[in-house]
Design a protein around this ligand. Sequence first.
Ligand code: SAM
Ligand code: SF4
Length: 468
Amino acid sequence: MTVPTRPAAETAPAAPRRRLHVITWGCQMNVYDSTRMGDVLAPLGYGPAASLEDADMVILNTCHIREHATEKLFSELGRLRRLKDARRAGGERMLLAVAGCVAQAEGAEILRRAPYVDMVLGPQTYHRLPEMIAEAEQSGRAVIATDFPPESKFDHLPEAALPAGGVTAFLAIQEGCDKFCSFCVVPYTRGVEASRPAAAVLAEARALVASGAREITLLGQNVNAWHGAAPAGGEWTLARLLYALAEIPGLTRLRYTTSHPRDMDDDLIAAHGALPALMPFLHLPVQSGSDRILAAMNRRHDAAAYLGIVERLRRARPDIALSSDFIVGYPGETAAEFAATLALVREIGFAQAYSFKYSPRPGTPAARAADQVPEPEKEARLAALQDLLAAQQQAFNQSQVGRRLSVLITGRGRHAGQIAGRSPYLQAVHLAAPETLIGREITVTIAAAGPRSLAGAWPAEDEEHAAA
Ligand code: SAM
Ligand code: SF4
């Protein structure tokens, strides 16, 4: 995914003196980090480049969660090296930085294999980019920052703002993870769990709303483990934070991702019933339906506990739609254990979900297990699970046809005369309507459903009658 940095008009008073291009792989947290790196560099005169070829600085913001991450990085670096050489031949310098979780995990190895890289920085050190650039430019040597600094990068980032016309925003409230699931690299690449103070989160949310945000998604690797310092002393939970955010005028939609079942406490579940701004959609990864596999994964919950949480959520908010992550082919997973995952999916009924083949991650306990599942078996299981999940998603989308849904219009649609937005259940909705509606929440009658999106009609039927 290539993430544009904010338009120059938003971040620097004049046209950018230096052109920045950020290429982002991975999760929403990486998308957020890429935007924030753009914010850090704006005071240095960096604005978005028209194209990769045009850039004075290229940042590769990498993800290490599944296989091929390192090979993907080095193949992209090979392409960029040719670009960098061509620029040098023309008497210009192009800075090349590798950021994110592969940078954290591979560190100096990146500079060994790709000595033309100017900077390597982990997810916790990107606030230091300005000094790293100065050092790289002055010394002509590569600079590396992959430590876990004692200061929080959030204390050093400029105020967040949306690009002109932006309606939805991410806001990182928590980083890192102490759960150490046996398959996962996050605790090693992102470090231990850390929560931002509530006052800083509220200030960032207000700034985002002031620049046009109507919907904010709170982010964290383990977002519902958030326990930040309260504005007047003591500590708040995520539920308490959501109540405070819901009071910000103009902020009509709240979401949070990604959650761990262990941290779905009673207050948080109750907030889903009490807060109209909290959207009726939750991404709650379960990974497997087999208790033996869940224990081997060190998930610290079983299938019954997950089903219990879903039941309580549905009691609090009957229309809540659910999403999840699944891993198939975890070491030692038998056919019967995989069948338990299918059974759990059938019992719950997901509105959407992500599913992955288990991928051994260097340094994680599961990667050392002897009983790795053969690749063809993993592929067959993934295909079976994805068929079931796709059918559930299609059925959920179909169940919206004829309903009137509140849709937040986020931008133009793919075709002329079309605009697009998001339903409360995070479905993409396309409709023929004027662009003047961008940024507004409108009621739309759902006319048709596809596998991944909905088609809407506007004005919704009763609004038409009211207007007649
Ligand atoms: N913190 C979240 C949680 O506890 O569920 C998820 C974080 S992780 C960035 C996103 C997803 O990637 C996980 O839920 C898992 O399904 C998948 N994942 C992580 N490590 C993996 C691995 N080694 N192989 C396959 N999928 C993996
Ligand atoms: Fe990784 Fe999520 Fe487990 Fe943390 S809780 S180790 S981020 S899968």
